[in-house]
Design a protein around this ligand. Sequence first.
Ligand SMILES: NC(=O)c1ccc[n+]([C@@H]2O[C@H](COP(=O)([O-])OP(=O)(O)OC[C@H]3O[C@@H](n4cnc5c(N)ncnc54)[C@H](OP(=O)(O)O)[C@@H]3O)[C@@H](O)[C@H]2O)c1
Length: 322
Amino acid sequence: MSSTDIKRALVIGASGQLGAVLLERLENSGVTTRGTFCHNGSAVQKQKPSSSTLELVKSGQQPLLVQLDLLDRGQISDVIEDFSPDCIYVAGAYTDVDGCELEPERSNAINVQGVRDVVAAAREISSCRLVYFSSDFVFDGLRGPYDEKAKPSPASVYGKHKVEAERVVASSGLSNVIIRTSTVFGRDPQSKNFIARLLASLQKGESVVVPDDQIANPTYNETLADAAIELCNSYNQGLFNVAGATRVSRYQLALDAAAIFALPTKLISASSTLALKQAAKRPLMGGLVINRAKSALKTELIGHVAGLQKLKAVLAQESLVV
Ligand SMILES: NC(=O)c1ccc[n+]([C@@H]2O[C@H](COP(=O)([O-])OP(=O)(O)OC[C@H]3O[C@@H](n4cnc5c(N)ncnc54)[C@H](OP(=O)(O)O)[C@@H]3O)[C@@H](O)[C@H]2O)c1
């Protein structure tokens, strides 16, 4: 198979920040796409899976998001069978790390069993490729940054279930890429990511407390989407760390974001992670070594300052359009 063989791509989790950008970029590249939402389709167009969705696609109109709940095996197989993709990007997940800690069974059902069910349905389609998104939370953060050979050592339920899902994908028998990433930010249909929430608080003049002992590689979502599409289309296989080129503390990231968006840095104060009393443990000396991806990719893995500047330019452009 060559890159031109990927003609139909399904994006699970297209109502999230990464999935939305992935879907947009795939559509712009001329691939026939379908995206899914689970609970929050209101920010985007939504439609239950039905034959009329297929009709829309056949008539060449923009496909709408269809509902796919990773808790619902029947819905997973219906959506996959109906669309018959050449590639499935699995960006949908229970991403609330503290929520996963408090609801481990739900985390397992969505983040592990859900992925198993996607794999089972994909196996029914001929030559379906899988791109699965994992996390630097597969490591405890005692000795980061981590390369692809480092042994996973999750310290949270979310991280443990990401490791299990990676294993499900790796042993699926399907052609696959597993992408570990870190601290993703950018345009976000639900304005949920760290930078979106930070900027919203600072714009309202609210003070923000940010840990200064969590080190990772903040990753701009458009770069991550471009890299994922490139890895998929070039038929690379296996595990890749795809993250930003700079490794910084969350506090430094917040200060840099405030400075770039001309918002008051004095509203940001530093705290230890321990003092925040979060339900799930966070990796502290975390982050990822990205040399393998850098060698494989034409897409440049930019640092957090360049990513924030791109985000500022994109948001300025959008406000001009609106
Ligand atoms: N954000 C980060 O910093 C980060 C870091 C490392 C790895 N990752 C991984 O990257 C991927 C994308 O993350 P993101 O930042 O784009 O997350 P996000 O913005 O929180 O979006 C999550 C997506 O998953 C969907 N989802 C939630 N529960 C679902 C369910 N039961 N069934 C099907 N879909 C469900 C959501 O749909 P609704 O909103 O419609 O319910 C949404 O589309 C995830 O696998 C995440 O674990 C993220």
